[in-house]
Design a protein around this ligand. Structure first.
Ligand code: SF4
Length: 363
């Protein structure tokens, strides 16, 4: 597992602040750049433009060159929010949410601190052509701040692509003009739909009226020309209804860019309910396969996220990209003999070996 929080000692600014690590003293690009001045065993020393130092414990400065960190002196922690070498990074917009999805891997909290100014700085310091995820909580609870943030960053950095995870509960007619101004080539909305039956969807997200709001939000996003990825986590609760869901998506939302069918992550609420939620799709794939076939036959793209390749029948493996982020990805001993490990998503760091897929085998 790649550590995202690094122990630090700071002798300068004591407020939380954003920096970028720079190992090349000759490369001066931003006031937030801090420069490598010393490496002493496991301790690495950087100096900011005011001459103050930050000492990192256990950070490899060269593989972290260009990383953007949120420094929290009070907690003696530097959070690597954007890793320059990672293919995707995620910014948390808020930890509040108005749903309590039964499988949520990042359960929400009640409080909210507006950190938009800091997030703006972080995004502007990201490497060229960065792909930044925005998640929560539910970012659109603070829609005005979110839209301002996106407009501001894309005005300055139109090379950045945002993928925003939203529960699709809060879009309304008055958002259409703002949404239309966000280029669909730079902004994709990842919206979850768990069933085509409103009662079942509402039960899964534990919010009454959620399905109705979702349909209305999808209509607004469609009218705005937004790029949308629908997302469905496979669970014991919805696997029997994938046919209906495929039918619903292809009939009512043919405008979406793709449908992502996702395997479960054992974290958050899913950690305590794993045995009630997890479906071993290595020995029960027909519902997923039929839904994928039907959806593709009707012209919509389907992808399988977080599915290890050996757990998917050969004909569907091309739909399963390596989606698990490197910092939380791991492989099992059997994977060391596998010829496709370089293109397989592997497993989440917290995957339960004894309660997971029975069909894992080297290919
Ligand atoms: S054995 Fe491991 S690397 Fe190979 S397909 Fe299965 S999970 Fe992926």
């Amino acid at each position: 597992m790649i550590p995202l929080s690094i122990p630090i000692e700071v002798d300068g600014q004591q407020e939380p602040h954003v920096i970028r690590l720079n190992t090349d003293f000759g490369r001066r690009e931003s006031p937030q750049d801090t420069y490598l001045i010393d490496v002493d065993g496991t301790r690495t020393v950087f100096r900011d433009v005011s001459g103050h130092t930050i000492v990192f414990e256990g950070l490899d400065p060269f593989s972290s060159d260009g990383d953007v960190l949120l420094i929290v002196p009070e907690q003696k922690i530097g959070n690597r929010v954007v890793r320059a070498r990672a293919t995707d990074n995620t910014l948390t917009f808020t930890e509040r949410c108005d749903q309590r999805c039964i499988m949520c891997s990042q359960p929400p909290s009640i409080g909210h601190r507006d950190e938009t100014a800091m997030l703006r700085q972080i995004a502007l310091l990201a490497p060229p052509n960065a792909i930044l995820g925005i998640s929560g909580g539910e970012p659109t609870l603070y829609k005005k701040s979110l839209f301002n943030f996106l407009n501001y960053v894309l005005e300055v950095r139109n090379d950045i692509t945002f993928h925003i995870l939203s529960n699709g509960q809060h879009f309304c007619k008055s958002d259409v003009d703002v949404l239309r101004k966000l280029p669909s080539s730079n902004v994709t909305w990842g919206i979850p739909i768990y069933a085509a039956e409103n009662k079942l969807h509402d039960e899964i997200v534990r919010k009454s009226g959620s399905f109705k709001n979702l349909c209305s939000s999808l209509e607004i996003l469609c009218r705005s020309g937004a790029s949308i990825e629908l997302r469905t986590v496979v669970m014991a609760q919805n696997i029997d209804y994938f046919d209906n869901l495929s039918q619903f998506i292809t009939t009512n939302t043919p405008f979406v860019a793709r449908w992502a069918i996702m395997q479960l992550e054992k974290a958050g609420f899913a950690a305590s309910s794993w045995s009630e939620l997890f479906v071993d799709t290595s020995n029960r794939f027909s519902e997923i396969g039929n839904a994928a076939d039907m959806t593709q036959a009707r012209g919509l793209s389907v992808l399988l996220y977080n599915f290890p390749l050996c757990t998917v029948p050969p004909g569907y493996r091309s739909l399963a990209p390596a989606t698990i982020s490197d910092w939380k990805q791991r492989f099992l001993p059997v994977c060391s003999h596998c010829t496709v490990s370089s293109v397989c998503c592997g497993f989440f760091e917290w995957y339960p070996d004894t309660e997971g897929f029975r069909g894992v085998q080297a290919l």
